[in-house]
Write a protein that binds this ligand. Structure first.
Ligand code: 26W
Length: 809
């Protein structure tokens, strides 16, 4: 298939009539049905194909332009992608809004009905997965040739339901109805080895004799750029048994399960996403998933590199591979294996090419989230990679010994191998050693990485370490999620270029004292609250949406809710500011402390809901199954954004950015990107409280006694006593006890400051004009937190890539 000299395909029409014609032909020829007998699913799939074709046309032109340019490619390797629903985004990016709506009308279906059928691919847990989706969106928007590689899990993040207020997980069979947005490409399947042993041939070259062979089959989804012609892709791998994995003999002998055993074993590799987002469980299947991803992706990247036929020494000049945390860090020893064992390069040359090719982003500071794998497991599952890791380690420690003679403690600290209590491979150390750039995801995080977690490496290789503060897609999280506010912004700024150049929002500052504009701004927020339909739209909508983890301190928010409840009970006629407190988020299924907090929140919500003396002033809501789609509904309705993690624990946060962008005021600690948000929106437009990182570290070091805070703070005491007395349906005692006896994240130490800060929030809310002005200024000054800025930082400081323009014809 020669694509060098263009496509020669009749362009798809942009008129309503042509769109409708294409929709009908998809209904007839690709769905095999007629308008009369079409189901809503038929209509949906035909609509998807009609929009997808228009993007596929741009994709063909993109491919031709990229081929002609022979650029340096960005390959983003991530175990997670939280892409969100595709229909509304792809209609916006293909500019088919009006004609699609007209065609839907003609077909007698509504956009809402079609959106309902548009399944959200839940191929991620939280921040890391959604960031990957925002970044690939921005890469396409900035015309950067790029491919996102990932795993096509059959089952995504579990569906969360509540039974008696407790989280119950249900499997997420997201492709049950199929996925019309993807292009399966079985002809690009790759072969992946596992287990087995290594041998040396007479030339001394190492050969890996695998114990198990699995196939990786890709399918890709289009990633269109906004306001440009570029269409990149995300390529997701699915595990399959090899052709001979079905044992016909056994089947005909009636051994049905055994007959398909090998195939099932293979398919299990991409069966389900691991629902943990901060504690590594060290499951063998998870390591198999990680190697499966990197082996398929590197072979595909090398296949693509060979299309241009340059020498291998050119590889880093044509490919930069960004590792999204350590989950794909096996790519480092895998590239070494391919270059040394299969391509016959010498170690030193291969190592230089490898380091120049890879870059690593760290997304956490929690020790328990830093992956380490048992050497014993490596020996069995990836014997050749363990040998390569040992060699990498040998050379690293030689360098450490030569740079720091006699400093054996440093050698032990920096080794890729943790020796005790069990021999484990430190994946973060491997990622740092095998890359040319290491970055944190917010200024404080990058600083703490260099000062603590990776201090020895930052000392030895200071040039490698830098910061790239996260960002979010202004298209999904403002233009699409908040159409009313987007229209107001566009009318104020005169055009919608802000969606592709977010710093233009600063132009809103001149409306900060315009009463009519502020009125419109406030009305839209109120309408978004009414659209959400979870509480009185005139009440302050106080939002905490994120994964459940004790460092994020949903427990602190809950203690304050109970305190508000007590205050209202103690003073029913008081001028309490009516609030709706909205919690949303999932807990990892094995994270029992987080699940106890969820259960207690639902119990407190029920208690308050049942108390007519309180309901006029306070309502707690907890919509289940928080995901990207629900986030798009909640975030535009928020007045107050809760970013209350213990300072030094939240690497960045991205929900904080989305909420500020939609005009919510933040109440938060000096943690992660909160610090940069406060700097940019203005300290006067941010509710700051709590210990900062040095103070928190100091308090812990000097001996922290949570119970002493309980004893000297009557409201805190009353809240904890209420829980322990079973006042909320008898649940949550374990939450209170763990706070009183342990409180790892200094919840009680920050309680009083938090409560006082919330009083400042109540006072501020009572001046709606001032509040609305601050809300507008948060949006106006949030331009920096666009994922486009994040990607242009990566492109200029780490990837060193140039955009490739794609022409219309
Ligand atoms: C091994 C289990 C596991 C799985 C996922 C450990 C750690 C993770 C992720 C790194 C957790 C994560 O999502 N981190 C979040 O990444 C966001 C994007 O950079 C940040 O904004 C959040 O602060 C960070 O918690």
């Amino acid at each position: 298939m020669d694509f060098r000299n263009g496509i020669g395909l009749r362009p798809l029409g942009s008129s309503a009539a042509e769109f409708e014609q294409d929709l009908l032909s998809n209904l007839y020829y690709r769905r095999g049905t007629t308008v009369e007998s079409a189901s809503a699913q038929d209509a949906y799939e035909s609509l998807v194909l009609t929009v997808r074709d228009r993007l596929a046309e741009r994709r063909a032109r993109t491919t031709a332009a990229h081929y002609a340019a022979n650029p340096r490619w960005v390959y983003y390797l991530s175990a997670e992608y939280l892409l969100g629903r595709q229909l509304e985004q792809n209609i916006l990016y293909s500019g088919t809004g009006e004609i699609a709506t007209a065609a839907m009308k003609a077909l007698g279906v509504s956009p809402e009905e079609m959106d309902e059928l548009d399944i959200e691919p839940g191929l991620g847990n939280g921040g890391l997965g959604r960031l990957a989706a925002c970044l690939v969106d921005a890469m396409a928007t900035l015309d950067i040739p790029a491919i996102g590689y990932g795993i096509r899990y059959d089952f995504g993040i579990f569906k969360q339901t509540f039974v008696d207020g407790a989280q119950v997980e249900k499997p997420d069979d997201w492709t049950f109805q199929g996925n019309p947005w993807e292009f399966p490409a079985p002809d690009d399947r790759q072969t992946v080895f596992f287990y087995g042993h290594t041998t040396r041939d007479e030339a001394g070259r190492t050969k890996w004799i695998p114990g198990e062979i699995v196939l990786g089959e890709p399918s890709h989804m289009l990633v269109p750029g906004y306001g440009t012609e570029t269409v990149n892709i995300v390529r997701l791998w699915r595990a399959r048994g090899s052709e001979s994995s079905f044992d016909l003999e056994r089947f005909s002998a009636g051994q049905y399960a055994e007959a398909v055993q090998e195939a099932v074993r293979a398919e299990n590799i991409s069966k389900v996403l691991y629902p943990d987002d901060s504690t590594e469980l060290g499951r063998e299947l998870r390591l198999k998933q990680q190697y499966f991803l990197v082996s398929c992706s590197l072979r595909d990247i090398l296949r693509r590199f060979r299309l241009w036929g340059g020498p291998l020494t050119d590889f880093p000049a044509k490919s930069v591979i960004q590792l999204n945390d350590t989950h794909p860090s096996l790519a480092i020893p895998e590239l070494m294996r391919l270059l040394v064992d299969e391509e016959g390069l010498g170690w030193d040359e291969a190592w230089l090419l490898t380091q120049r090719t890879f870059a690593y982003t760290c997304h956490t500071l929690l020790p328990e989230a830093l992956e380490t794998w048992p050497v014993a497991l490596f020996e069995r599952l990836l014997p050749r990679h363990l040998e390569i890791i040992y060699e990498i380690n040998q050379r690293l420690l030689d360098e450490v010994r030569s740079r720091y003679p006699g400093d054996i403690d440093r050698v032990r600290r920096m080794s890729l191998i943790q020796e005790a209590p069990e021999r484990r491979v430190r994946m973060a150390h491997l990622a740092v050693a095998g890359t040319s750039a290491v970055n944190g995801v917010a200024e404080l995080h990058s600083q703490l990485l260099a000062e603590t977690t990776l201090h020895d490496f930052a000392t030895m290789w200071p040039g490698k370490f830098r910061n790239v503060t996260n960002g979010v897609s202004p298209r999904r999280f403002l233009r699409i999620a908040n159409p009313a506010l987007s229209e107001l912004i566009t009318s104020a700024l005169g055009d919608s270029r802000w969606a592709g150049d977010l710093d233009r929002l600063r132009g809103l500052e001149r409306f900060a004292d315009d009463p009519a504009f502020l009125r419109s701004w406030r009305d839209i927020k109120r309408a978004n609250k009414a659209r959400l339909g979870l509480g009185d739209p005139d009440a302050l909508m106080d939002v905490m949406v994120k994964r459940f983890h004790e460092y994020k301190r949903q427990q602190l928010k809950l203690l304050h809710v109970i305190t508000q409840y007590h205050r209202i009970k103690d003073n029913p006629g008081g001028d309490h500011v009516p609030r709706t407190v909205l919690f949303a988020g999932k807990a990892a299924p094995a994270y029992h402390a987080a699940k106890s907090i969820i259960r207690l929140i639902n119990a407190v919500a029920a208690t308050i809901e049942a108390d007519p003396a309180v309901t006029p002033y306070l309502k707690v809501v907890f919509p289940p199954n928080y995901n990207v789609t629900l986030g798009e509904l909640i975030i535009p309705a928020a007045d107050l954004s809760e970013q209350i993690s213990l300072a030094g624990k939240e690497a960045s946060g991205t929900g904080n950015m989305k909420l500020a962008l939609n005009g919510a005021l933040t109440i938060g600690t000096l943690d992660g990107a909160n610090i940069e948000i406060r700097e940019r929106v203005g300290a006067e437009n941010f509710f700051l409280f709590g210990l900062d990182t040095p103070a928190a570290t100091e308090l812990k070091a000097s001996g922290y006694h949570p119970r002493s805070y309980y004893e000297r703070d009557p409201e805190l005491r009353a809240a904890l006593d209420a829980i322990m007395s079973g006042a909320f349906g008898g649940v949550g005692k374990e939450v209170a006890e763990s706070l009183l006896n342990w409180d790892e994240y200094l919840t009680l130490a920050d309680f009083r400051a938090y409560a006082e800060c919330q009083e400042a929030v109540d006072r501020a809310w009572q001046d709606q004009t001032a509040w609305t002005k601050a809300s507008l200024l948060n949006t106006a000054r949030a331009g920096y937190f666009s994922a486009d800025r994040t990607v242009s930082d990566y492109a200029s400081t780490i990837w060193h890539v140039e955009p490739v323009r794609v022409t219309r014809d």
